[in-house]
Design a protein around this ligand. Structure first.
Ligand code: OOG
Ligand code: NI
Length: 476
């Protein structure tokens, strides 16, 4: 039975994000400047664009936007992934999607933990892109064994937190009395810990094999490596970043700017160099540095169907055949021009996107619809739309894009990272066994969300109909 003292996972997640955000602000001051900039741009944009404001208000996204974030962590071993899944489940977040980054030269595979129910997303759409290091891709046997030995000795979950998680799983959640401690311990896992687990020599070897391997193996915990606020005008934020002393990456990842934004556009600022205390033989420290943590912003658009996603992939490949963005930004304008011209083949109105089944929509009965009962019995959803009784709004994309993620990884690992993992095989079933659960298929989740909204519309008209029939029956 559910314990009445249990706090809702939505409310816990909100507390968790607030605490993570406060921690990251204090650890990475540039993140704070970025959040301020995003807030200014969003405010201005909504003032200038009442249609956008209305549409966000209609989908209840206005309030969620100010606090919306995604973050990313990189884990070192199966046990960590398993316990992180348990932790995030208590915060109302489930693993969705499998991302194989090895194909892009990054030795990890990943999932995103996020809320899945529309009601939970509306409260707080926090997502954590979670990667697990694939030590099997470290070619040097000796180095691989040393890395695995370091990882096997570390324990990122304290016994107290594990105990709380066990209890919560039995009680059906975290109780009000436990919540403050739970949040503090949970956030603590992801803090920056500057005392390395390795000496400078091992750090250097790991770093030479791949910078990401050094980032995961050398430290006591999986520090959060970025937090990403959401903006309604990413181009504007990208342009203004330098004025605030923030250097953005060369180009925005993902689709071009459009009337109807699709999927996800992202940009980030370069990782910071942070001081690290490396252990040495004498049992004390040697000071060095490490770069991993950065800031990012995103703009989200409509979720695409498999057909839409295939068109997106096809067009992106076409772009990449013609041009790849130089990390120093020297061909950024040319890249944007090619991106825009190739993507002109992607329909850019919600009507076309819907008619061609390229994207997912939420259907709802128009507030102002004058429902003529007799005339609207047994209508299909298409007919109800045609009669202007039902409206459709974009389902927002809640997930990530593998090619963009690879671009984000690369920009903060140093753009020289080479393609060390070519030919590596992807391994979703191994990932799922380490996770202790299957990852959900996001297309299925969006499809379901769309179908529920259609069913709700149809049953609203059914109800009108049966109410009319009832009053008819009474009259007889
Ligand atoms: C994760 C990069 C992926 C995104 O927004 O695509 C990501 C990482 O650098 O660990 O966060
Ligand atoms: Ni990110």
């Amino acid at each position: 039975m559910k314990n009445p003292q249990v706090v809702s996972s939505d409310s816990l997640r909100t507390q968790f994000v607030a605490a993570m955000s406060a921690m990251y602000r204090s650890e990475v001051p540039q993140y704070e400047s970025l959040v301020d900039l995003v807030e200014q741009v969003n405010e201005q944009e909504l003032l200038n664009n009442p249609t956008l404001e209305q549409s966000l208000r209609h989908s209840n996204s206005l309030e969620r936007m100010a606090e919306e974030r995604h973050g990313a962590i990189r884990l070192g071993k199966a046990e960590e992934l398993f316990n992180v899944r348990r932790l995030f489940a208590l915060l109302g977040m489930q693993p969705v999607g499998y991302y194989d980054l090895a194909v892009a030269g990054i030795p990890v595979h990943s999932t995103a933990f996020r809320p899945v129910q529309s009601s939970a997303l509306a409260v707080n759409a926090f997502r954590v892109f979670t990667s697990l290091l694939r030590t099997d891709l470290i070619e040097d046997q000796d180095l691989r064994q040393r890395a695995e030995a370091v990882l096997s000795s570390r324990h990122i979950f304290s016994p107290q937190l594990l105990q709380l998680m066990d209890e919560a799983e039995q009680n059906g959640g975290i109780t009000a009395d436990q919540s403050a401690t739970f949040i503090e311990l949970a956030v603590g896992i992801f803090r920056w810990q500057d005392e390395a687990l390795v000496d400078t020599e091992l750090y250097q070897q790991l770093h030479d094999s791949h910078r990401l391997i050094a980032d995961v193996v050398s430290f006591k915990g999986p520090h959060i490596n970025h937090l990403t606020p959401t903006t309604v005008n990413i181009d504007r934020v990208q342009t203004l970043m330098p004025e605030k002393g923030i250097t953005p990456k060369a180009v925005i990842e993902g689709p071009p700017r459009r009337n109807c934004p699709i999927l996800l556009r992202q940009t980030s600022f370069k990782a910071l160099q942070e001081p690290v205390k490396f252990a040495n033989q004498q049992g004390d420290f040697e000071v060095g540095s490490h770069t991993a943590r950065f800031g990012e912003i995103e703009q989200r658009g409509i979720a695409l169907t498999e057909k839409g996603q295939a068109l997106y992939n096809q067009l992106l490949n076409k772009v990449r055949e013609q041009i790849t963005p130089n990390p120093d930004g020297s061909n950024a304008a040319e890249y944007s021009a090619v991106l825009e011209s190739v993507f002109s083949a992607f329909p850019d109105s919600y009507c076309e996107l819907r008619e061609q089944q390229l994207a997912f929509f939420n259907y709802s009965v128009r507030q102002d619809a004058i429902v003529d009962v007799a005339a609207n019995q047994d209508k299909t959803i298409e007919e109800l739309i045609g009669l202007n009784l039902v409206r459709f709004d974009p389902v927002i994309y809640e997930d990530f894009l593998p090619v963009s993620a690879a671009g984000i990884f690369q920009s903060n690992l140093g753009d020289t990272a080479n393609n060390a993992t070519a030919g590596a095989t992807s391994n979703q079933s191994l990932f799922e066994s380490q996770l202790g659960a299957q990852v959900s298929d996001y297309f299925a989740l969006y499809e379901q969300q769309q179908q529920v909204s259609i069913d709700n519309c149809l049953s609203a008209f059914q109800q009108v109909k049966s109410a009319a029939q009832q009053s008819l029956a009474k009259a007889v």
